[in-house]
Design a protein around this ligand. Structure first.
Ligand SMILES: [Zn+2]
Length: 138
């Protein structure tokens, strides 16, 4: 199921919670990548036959570090941007809305270019479950 479609099915609060959990999982993998990277530098510095395995550890750690940071930053930015607009303008109820319509339809998942562009182009027409007020989240 597409990541942003979960707002419609599970509700905004649950989606936001899961988004933050996934963000922090990527932050943990970033940290593990840094450990592998530093270990690789240490192993390569020992010289001799371990130089090649150290270089492989550095490359692997660097790849994990860069990719994890990119995913963490992207998911966090989308969560922040939608989270800032999740309060009802009528009664200030936070995250208590249903999605009336959305675009582009169907909503892109995590691998979609629209989301990779920091959620650019994604919009949700929200209706407050408390007071019925409508607004657009984009
Ligand atoms: Zn409201």
């Amino acid at each position: 199921m597409a990541s942003l479609d979960r707002i419609r099915t599970d509700g905004f609060r649950r989606w936001y919670e899961r988004q933050l959990i996934e963000c922090h999982a990527w932050l943990v993998s970033w940290f593990l990548g840094v450990i592998v990277l530093v270990s690789g530098i240490e192993v390569a510095g020992a010289g001799g036959a371990s130089r090649m395995s150290g270089a492989l550890l550095v490359l692997g750690g660097l790849a994990v570090t860069l990719y994890s940071w990119k995913r963490y930053h992207l998911l966090m930015e989308v969560a922040e941007r939608l989270g800032e607009q999740a309060a009802c303008p009528g009664c200030q109820a936070y995250g208590k809305f249903t999605v009336q319509s959305s675009g582009p339809a169907p909503l892109p998942d995590g691998g979609d270019p629209a989301l990779e562009n920091h959620g650019g182009g994604v919009w949700l027409r929200a209706q407050c479950r408390k007071c019925g007020d409508e607004w657009t989240i984009k």
